[in-house]
Ligand binder design. Structure first.
Ligand code: PAF
Length: 282
């Protein structure tokens, strides 16, 4: 795996790849890679000839009260994982490369970004959309792969790509889970052994709520109330638990058939997020 740290070297490597008629799949990350990321690299390998990944801890997606300095940095372990999974090129830009002065431009996808995680993390998705568009422009991949665990992030990026006519195929990969259902996430590192036992309740509650929606015997309001009670009873503090349509993530109506339930809950120092997408048959 080649490693490049600046834009000139990145372009030089990618020009050589394109000159051979090869296609490029891109997996942007903030590092601290876990099994979930490695699923993305594997899917990227299936979608193009060469896989490019980036590690950049993006300051603009962290809020004022969020400690970017505490974000885990595990570069050497990340490199080993990426090599093992077939990543061909790793891009490691720094703040000066990603946000050169004068730094005056931000990318805003409206509506979707103010719901769910966007309401508790104002500005977060502006930071995500901005850095992803910058990375797309730098790498110019044919395909880009994102985890569906961050369903809202995936929807924001897909919408941005469609709205701006970017010639990139966006691929979503199902959430990787431990055997007990807990979604793979860097945030799981913050859980104590006791909290780790309780954490799968989030996905179990999503599954129960999805079954309730499918059976169409309870209102969405009741399903949501029962789910929040179940989370509280297990020791989690729900941030949100929202039954939405998959298209624009607005609250689902009785007529919507493609639904996604998005949830975030605090457990000790961790803020866990997860979702379940499903179809309601009429
Ligand atoms: O999902 C992430 O790790 C980040 O939000 C991303 C897409 C790499 C942008 O910084």
């Amino acid at each position: 795996m080649k490693v490049v740290e600046n834009l000139i070297d990145l372009r030089c490597e990618l020009n050589a790849v394109r000159a051979q008629g090869k296609t490029i799949a891109f997996v942007p990350t903030m590092g601290n890679l876990h099994e979930g990321h490695l699923k993305l690299i594997k899917r990227a390998r299936e979608s193009a000839d060469v896989v490019v990944s980036s590690i950049f801890i993006n300051p603009t997606q962290f809020g004022e009260n969020e400690d970017i300095g505490a974000y885990p940095k595990t570069l050497e372990a990340d490199k080993k994982h990426l090599i093992a999974d077939g990543c061909g090129l790793l891009y490691l830009p720094n703040n000066e490369i990603m946000y050169p002065e004068p730094d005056l431009t931000r990318v805003e996808v409206s509506n979707i970004t103010t719901l769910h995680c966007g309401s508790s993390r104002p500005g977060h998705f502006v930071g995500v959309a901005t850095v992803v568009l910058k990375l797309f422009n730098q790498v110019q991949p044919n395909t880009a792969v994102f985890g569906l665990k961050d369903f809202q992030q995936f929807t924001v990026i897909k919408t941005m790509v469609e709205n701006l006519f970017l010639p990139i195929e966006i691929i979503g990969v199902d959430t990787g889970r431990a055997e007990d259902g807990l979604a793979h996430s860097s945030r799981n590192n913050y859980l104590t052994a006791e909290e780790r036992e309780v954490a799968p309740t989030l996905y179990a509650t999503l599954q129960q709520a999805a079954e309730d929606c499918k059976s169409q015997t309870k209102s969405h309001a009741l399903i949501t109330r029962e789910a929040k009670e179940a989370l509280h009873a297990a020791g989690l503090t729900p941030d949100y638990f929202n039954i939405s349509n998959q298209h624009d993530l607005e609250p689902a109506t009785e007529h919507d058939t493609k639904l996604v339930i998005l949830a975030a809950a605090y457990l000790g120092k961790a803020r866990l997020i997860d979702n379940i997408a499903f179809e309601v048959l009429g």
